[in-house]
Design a protein around this ligand. Structure first.
Ligand code: ADP
Ligand code: ZN
Length: 210
């Protein structure tokens, strides 16, 4: 099963991706995590991506499409995958169609902008493995320490309030049109993000099975 998770930054796509990953045993592909890794390692695409990411803009389509294409060609993707944060523009969705990839379902995690702002201000990420936490909604067992790997959890540069506003504007302008794109293909399912992560997870799993 090939799935796409759609939603504003901070809507909880990553968390829902983890839930689906465990339930279906297929890998999550997060272009955001891959790009952050590329920046950290100073690769060519990392260098191209950095300034866009820091200001909350989208990385150019050809950079992201290249990264994605290589990743889904890997062995662990042959039984399916979950795309978290890709596609983010109509040209990216078209590129996916042109690669001959069949998407089974697109799950939109819907959370209103006001809630998004509140959520992102409390978000912390592990600087070692990229796991994501929230000071109120998904705290680490030990403050500042990643449950998964023991790395240090920090505030992402692009979670600063001004950058968050940019990212939301970019989402509404460039990514939200994908809802129409996939609705036309009969693939869009919307899940409303709940206060309790476990409640959202139930809805997500139900949406996949439906
Ligand atoms: P978010 O929390 O905004 O969902 P991500 O971790 O998915 O964040 O992405 C972080 C940043 O990486 C984005 O703001 C953007 O600059 C870049 N990025 C990630 N995926 C894409 C993509 N598919 N197209 C363009 N840029 C992307
Ligand atoms: Zn970690």
């Amino acid at each position: 099963m090939n799935l796409i998770l759609l939603g504003a930054p901070g809507a909880g796509k990553g968390t829902q991706a983890e839930v689906i990953c465990k339930a279906l045993n297929i890998p999550t592909i997060s272009t955001g995590n891959m790009l952050r890794e590329a920046v950290k390692n100073g690769t060519k695409s990392g260098l191209e991506a950095k300034s866009f990411m820091d200001s909350g803009k989208l990385v150019p389509d050809e950079v992201v499409i290249g990264i994605l294409k290589d990743r889904i060609a890997e062995d662990d993707c042959k039984n399916g995958f979950i795309l978290d944060g890709f596609p983010r523009t109509v040209p990216q969705a078209e590129a996916l169609d042109n690669m001959g990839v069949t998407i089974d379902k697109v799950i939109e995690i819907y959370v209103p902008d006001e809630k998004i702002k509140q959520r992102l201000s409390g978000r912390r990420v592990c600087e070692r493995c990229g796991n994501s936490y929230h000071v109120d909604f998904k705290p680490t067992k030990v403050e500042g320490v990643c449950d998964a790997c023991g790395g240090k959890t920090v505030i992402r540069k692009d979670d600063e309030p001004e950058t968050v506003n940019n990212r939301l504007a970019v989402y509404h302008e460039q990514t939200a049109p994908l809802k129409g794109y996939y609705e036309k293909q009969g693939k869009l399912v919307t899940v409303e993000g709940q206060e309790e992560v476990s409640e959202t997870s139930k809805l997500t799993l139900a949406a996949i099975e439906a």
